[in-house]
Design a protein around this ligand. Structure first.
Ligand code: ZN
Length: 468
């Protein structure tokens, strides 16, 4: 396929060699005029369609789970620059399947703000829009090549953003920006491809804009939008979003040799064995994993972290796996995840060289299907597959029988205020968890959820039992 495209590009180059080759400037000028970008300072487009939760697939081979994008409004000021996306989404998968805060009850509003001072992700959301691309390509001295895609010859304009992030825009023979691609750093996929596809261009009252927008990240759609309205040069002046919270890890001793590591949105549990440490969950990112590892070593000095237990492959729970591999830990996870991790751990991380990119430590796995026990003779940790969970096909829980402690992710998350009543209807993921705990006859008392706060059996059962 690539070879075919290359040959086609060569033929095209040969055919056009006699005529004057178009320059990047002339292509930009023609596209900017055709798309009415010249005097465009800001715009607001709105519509509806589908949104998909990145990194939250029900299993490693499935696409991102979908949600209804009931309404979507995007405001962009290209001059300052600023962008705000307000998405109202509702549950679409029926029955619920995958993560992304399923099952959603009612409507949920998500707001995403990007500024010129933001990191490339999310700032790139401004510059991969069709008109944003033309403006950035002009400002950054884009160069041009020709490429054939699906039998169509495109002028591809390319530039490097912030000296490091490549951006390619595909200009059709009709002078429309039909595709923009760039790469962003991702803790799991490394240099992750972002693709935006634009089609159905028409006049939306002063600007030529696509009626259809499809954005993909990591190879699968994250947005499929039907544009209903576009407003040109409307005032867009946004407040800066709150700065992201610094990585903080706090620990609470739950039992002898058992600590609950919190301090952010995603928790871990440290368990001391006779000559090593087991950490349950390396979530989010290299930064969080580094802080969790430091805290584990502080709590249990002079013992290596031999095992990282990974509850499931969702990116917010596996974003720190690479850091634990670099630490020399064996990854303990459900067997459906091993091929996925073998593949993703080998992907290039050139945009953000992390520790594993430096150490290239070979990864070691110990996987389970139904059950596995980690023990040194005295301490026992049981790992069980949660059968039939809609959240994730390979999700596992950890259980310390002597301490009567249950550790679980995403299936039951107690609300911050203990007086908050359970959702109506109850989460099918929580109900399924309780059914598994009953089936396995686990005699737990303390619950350490990997989101939220410490809980107990009575509260879990209350949240996981439908009202009669
Ligand atoms: Zn999850």
């Amino acid at each position: 396929m690539i070879k075919k495209a290359f040959v086609a590009a060569l033929i095209f180059a040969a055919l056009t060699a006699c005529s004057k080759a178009p320059t990047a400037q002339s292509i930009l000028a023609a596209a900017s005029a055709a798309m009415k970008a010249d005097n465009l300072r800001s715009l607001e487009y709105s519509g509806s369609g589908l949104q998909f939760a990145l990194g939250q697939s029900p299993n490693p081979d499935a696409p991102w789970p979908k949600f209804n994008a009931k309404s979507y409004i995007r405001s962009i000021n290209y001059e300052i620059p600023q962008s705000r996306q307000v998405l109202v989404r509702t549950q679409a998968e029926n029955p619920p399947h995958g993560g992304g805060q399923q099952p959603l009850v009612g409507e949920q509003t998500q707001t995403l703000v990007a500024l010129g001072s933001s990191p490339w992700d999310p700032q790139m959301e401004i510059w991969i829009t069709p008109h944003g691309f033309l403006k950035a390509a002009a400002a950054n001295g884009a160069t041009v090549t020709q490429q054939t895609l699906d039998g169509k010859v495109y002028n591809v304009l390319s530039y490097m953003a912030q000296g490091k992030y490549k951006v390619n825009g595909y200009i059709s023979p009709q002078n429309m920006v039909e595709r923009v691609e760039t790469w962003i750093d991702n803790p799991v996929l490394g240099d992750m491809l972002v693709e935006a596809m634009y089609s159905g261009y028409k006049d939306f009252g002063g600007v030529i804009f696509p009626a259809k927008i499809v954005e993909k990240q990591g190879g699968c759609p994250v947005l499929d939008l039907d544009v209903a309205e576009v407003k040109v040069n409307v005032p867009v002046m946004l407040d800066a979003p709150p700065a992201p919270a610094p990585v903080m890890v706090t620990s609470e001793k739950i039992a002898d040799g058992v600590w609950y590591l919190t301090g952010g949105t995603h928790h871990s549990v440290v368990v001391e064995f006779s000559d090593h440490i087991v950490v349950v969950e390396g979530p989010q990112s290299e930064a969080r994993a580094t802080a969790v590892i430091a805290e584990a070593k502080k709590l249990v000095p002079n013992k290596p972290i031999r095992y990282l237990v990974n509850t499931h492959h969702h990116w917010d729970h596996s974003g720190g796996v690479r850091r634990f591999v670099a630490e020399g830990a064996i990854i303990v996870t459900h067997q459906i995840n091993q091929p996925y991790y073998e593949k993703t751990l080998a992907l290039p991380h050139t945009l953000n060289r992390d520790r594993l990119a430096e150490t290239r430590t070979p990864v070691k796995f110990e996987t389970l299907n139904d059950m596995k026990v980690l023990t040194d003779g005295a301490r026992v940790m049981e790992l069980h597959h949660v059968e039939g969970s809609g959240h994730n096909d390979g999700i596992i829980l950890a259980y310390l029988p002597k301490e009567r402690i249950l550790i679980e992710a995403d299936l039951f998350t107690p609300p911050g205020d203990p007086k908050t009543p359970p959702p109506e209807p109850r989460s099918v993921y929580a109900i399924n968890l309780r059914e598994n705990l009953d089936r396995l006859k686990l005699n737990y008392q303390i619950v350490l959820p990997l989101h939220g706060r410490r809980s107990d059996q009575a509260e879990l059962v209350k949240f996981a039992t439908p009202r009669p």
